[in-house]
Ligand binder design. Structure first.
Ligand code: PTJ
Length: 256
C-alpha cells in the first residue's frame, strides 16, 4: 500500500480504496468493484461515516437470525474479500455460518483465488467452487452450491445486486443485506436491510455475536420479533437529510 499519512483527514477512506486496488492486483476484485466502492463511499459520506442507531438494531437482529439458523451462509464477492477478509472469517467462526464465494463478474479463476485468500486469512472450508445449482437468474450470480446458498435458510449478502436479493427472498430465505444505498432494490427488498459500511457492519456484528451466542433461543427470537425492518429506510434517509442540513449550516448555506 502507498504511504498515506495517518493524520490525513480522509485516512480511512483512502486506505479502503487502496485495499480495493490491491484486490484488483491480486486478481480477487473486479475492476467494476472500484466503481461500486466509489458509489458506496458517496453514500457513506452522506450518512456521516458512522453506524446509525437504526443500522445497529438491524445488525443485532441479523446476528439473532444467523445464530438461530440451521444453515446460515455468508456470501462473499470480490469487494468484501478485498476489504474485510478477516472479519468475514471471524463472523463465520463466531456464528457457525459457512462462507460461500458468489460472484457477479464470475470466473473460475477468481472464485478459486478468493477461496485461497479467505483460507490465508484463517477460513476452514469455503463453498462456491462447485457451483452445482442455479437460481432462476440470467447472470452468473445464479451459480451457487447446493449445500450452501441453495439450501440455506439465512443468507448474509453484503454488496448484493437487487435481482438476486429478490430471488432469494422469493425462495423464502431470510436475506440480510449490507448496502449503503438505502434506496437500492437490494435494501428495499431484503428481510433485514443493513444500511452501513461493510467495514463497520461486520465489526459490529462480530461483537454482537460474541455477546449473544450463549443467549437462549427465546431471547434471540425476541430480538427478531421486536425488530421492524420497515423503519430502516426512512431512518437512513432522515440521517442523510440531517447530515446535509448540518453540513450546509456549517458552511453558511441556507437549508431549505
Ligand atoms: O466481485 P463481483 O464480481 O461479485 O462484483 C461485486 C460488485 C460489488 C462489483 C457487484 O456486485 C456490483 O456491481 O455491485 P453494485 O450493483 O455496484 O452494487 C453495490 C452496492 O453496494 C451499491 O449500492 C453500493 O452503494 C454499495 N456499496 C459499495 N461499497 C460498499 C457498499 N455498501 C456497504 N459498504 C461498502 N463498502
Amino acid at each position: 500500500m502507498t504511504g498515506i499519512p495517518r493524520d490525513h483527514p480522509r485516512y480511512e477512506s483512502l486506505i479502503t480504496r487502496e485495499k480495493i486496488i490491491d484486490g484488483i492486483h491480486m486478481g480477487i476484485t473486479s475492476q467494476q468493484g472500484l466503481v461500486a466502492q466509489g458509489r458506496g463511499e458517496a453514500f457513506d459520506y452522506l450518512i456521516g461515516e458512522r453506524t446509525t442507531e437504526s443500522a445497529a438494531f438491524a445488525e443485532r437482529a441479523a446476528v439473532a437470525h444467523i445464530l438461530l439458523a440451521k444453515n446460515p451462509i455468508i456470501s462473499v464477492n470480490g469487494n468484501t474479500a478485498a476489504l474485510v477478509p478477516e472479519s468475514l472469517v471471524a463472523l463465520a467462526d463466531v456464528t457457525g455460518a459457512m462462507l460461500e464465494v458468489n460472484l457477479f463478474h464470475r470466473s473460475d479463476a477468481r472464485v478459486h483465488k478468493i477461496i485461497e485468500h479467505l483460507k490465508a486469512n484463517g477460513a476452514g472450508k469455503v463453498l462456491g467452487g462447485k457451483g452445482d445449482k442455479r437460481l432462476g437468474l440470467s447472470h452468473d450470480r445464479a451459480i451457487v452450491d447446493e449445500e450452501g446458498i441453495f439450501s440455506a435458510d439465512v443468507v448474509l449478502v453484503p454488496l448484493e445486486d437487487g435481482d438476486r436479493c429478490q430471488k432469494l427472498v422469493e425462495m423464502e430465505k431470510t436475506v440480510i443485506t449490507i448496502d449503503l444505498n438505502p434506496l437500492s432494490r437490494t435494501s428495499l427488498s431484503a428481510t433485514i436491510s443493513i444500511v452501513d459500511n461493510v467495514t463497520r457492519a461486520l465489526e459490529n456484528m462480530i461483537q454482537f455475536a460474541k455477546d449473544m451466542k450463549h443467549d437462549s433461543r427465546e431471547s434471540l427470537q425476541e430480538v427478531i420479533d421486536s425488530y421492524e425492518n420497515n423503519k430502516v429506510i426512512p431512518d437512513a434517509l432522515y440521517a442523510i437529510q440531517e447530515k446535509l442540513k448540518q453540513q450546509s449550516e456549517e458552511r453558511g448555506i441556507q437549508w431549505i
